[in-house]
Design a protein around this ligand. Structure first.
Ligand SMILES: NC(=O)NCCC(=O)O
Length: 384
């Protein structure tokens, strides 16, 4: 499996396909072409100086007579952990704060209204180790922890909604840990939090050692820029999880993730895009970048030799639209900021064309599912 030396699927296609073929391949792989967004030259200079990729795209919606366009700019941030995993905890968190502060600064100059960081962005993805210390020391309060206060400052300074996925320690309820995303309004007030509903038990993703399945359901947050929800990482494999955010009215669903190439890279371009299509909403898939090495070797009961690293986090963050089109991905090997302009009117417009909300048989599914989860259930298989 390719590591950092292979930059992206897009770059490979552009390099190797004749123009006419490239157009058709892109039409099928990405839907209709997304417009390149004009971003300030100073932003590109700052990105290049700060050693991260900056890309901008825009999705169009048709003009309506009775509604004005509902334009919003989202920023997706993917990044490496800047310091080795055995550096003292506070140093690692501080370095990540500085990195994100610099990228958010550039996002502000690009007019970003809502920014979302990657899953558990304040720490290395240490859940593979199943060790407690020092990794549980990265957990902090979702109400007044240092990262939340830092994000509140960012939100106020840049008039930006901030979606901050962290490892949460809930001191009010037995000091329990959760995999949480905190949504901070552009006023700086905490709008609320949402927790990861599904915990992976696959490969080295041994996250059930640290926290339980989320208990907050599928909240949707009304922001000044639209209704948003957060489906954290592994939740993207569960179509009903996406559906429930959409049932509650989400227009944009963020999917902050941490996943590696050998496990999921072929699923990555499909799942968030499919969710955008099926739910008539925008989806924003974000993945971290690079390799993270841990001080002690670990195994995961899969016959593989003991190892110290997780494999390759392949970045490739992208945004998908309700009409099935999507932006190209950020690179597989660099920190990056993807700025995307959305017209939220597209959600209803596509709903009116395809009508999945109208034709979905939710009552029938609800009844059948309510039966199927009963221990006495017998599957409806018709036999000769
Ligand atoms: N962080 C996380 O849930 N990763 C699981 C692997 C995957 O969903 O690709």
């Amino acid at each position: 499996m390719a590591g950092a030396e292979w930059e992206s699927l897009e770059q490979c296609l552009e390099k190797n396909l004749p123009l006419a073929d490239l157009r058709e391949v892109k039409r099928i792989l990405y839907g209709k072409e997304t417009r390149e967004l004009h971003l300030p030259s100073g932003a590109f200079e700052a990105a290049s100086k700060g050693d991260f990729e900056l890309r901008g795209y825009g999705f169009e919606a048709a003009e309506e007579q009775q509604r004005r366009p509902r334009i919003v700019r989202v920023g997706l941030v993917q990044n490496r952990t800047p310091l080795p995993a055995d550096t003292p905890v506070v140093k690692q968190v501080t370095a990540l704060h500085r990195r994100i502060e610099a990228i958010t600064e550039v996002a502000a100059t690009c007019g970003v209204n809502i920014i979302c960081f990657q899953e558990a962005w304040t720490m290395p993805f240490a859940f593979c180790t199943r060790e407690r210390l020092p990794w549980t020391e990265f957990a902090e309060s979702a109400e007044d922890g240092p990262t939340i206060r830092f994000c509140q400052e960012l939100a106020r300074k840049h008039d930006m909604v901030v979606v901050s996925p962290i490892l949460e320690r809930d001191a009010e309820h037995g000091d329990v840990l959760w995999n949480t995303a905190v949504v901070i309004s552009n006023s700086g007030a905490i709008l609320g939090k949402t927790r990861k509903n599904h915990i992976p038990r696959v490969g080295d993703f041994n996250e059930s050692t640290y926290y339980m399945e989320g208990n907050l359901g599928h909240p949707v947050f009304q922001t000044q820029f639209g209704r948003i929800a957060v489906n954290i990482c592994y939740g993207r494999h569960h179509p009903l999880n996406w559906l429930m955010y959409s049932v509650n009215g989400a227009e944009i669903i963020f999917n902050p993730s941490a996943t590696v190439g050998a496990l999921s890279e072929s699923l990555w371009p499909i799942e968030a895009r499919n969710a955008a299509i099926a739910n008539h909403c925008f989806t924003c898939a974000i993945n971290r970048v690079g390799e993270e090495r841990f001080p002690n070797e670990f195994t995961s009961g899969d016959g593989k030799k003991a190892h110290r690293d997780f494999g390759y986090f392949y970045g490739s963050s992208y945004v998908a639209a309700p009409d099935g089109s999507r932006t190209p991905g950020l690179s597989r090997n660099q920190d990056g900021l993807l700025v995307t302009e959305l017209d939220l009117n597209l959600c209803r417009q596509v709903n009116d064309i395809w009508g999945f909300k109208m034709t979905g048989r939710y009552e029938m599914y609800a009844q059948e599912l309510a039966e199927a989860v009963k221990p006495s259930y017998s599957p409806n298989i018709v036999k000769e």
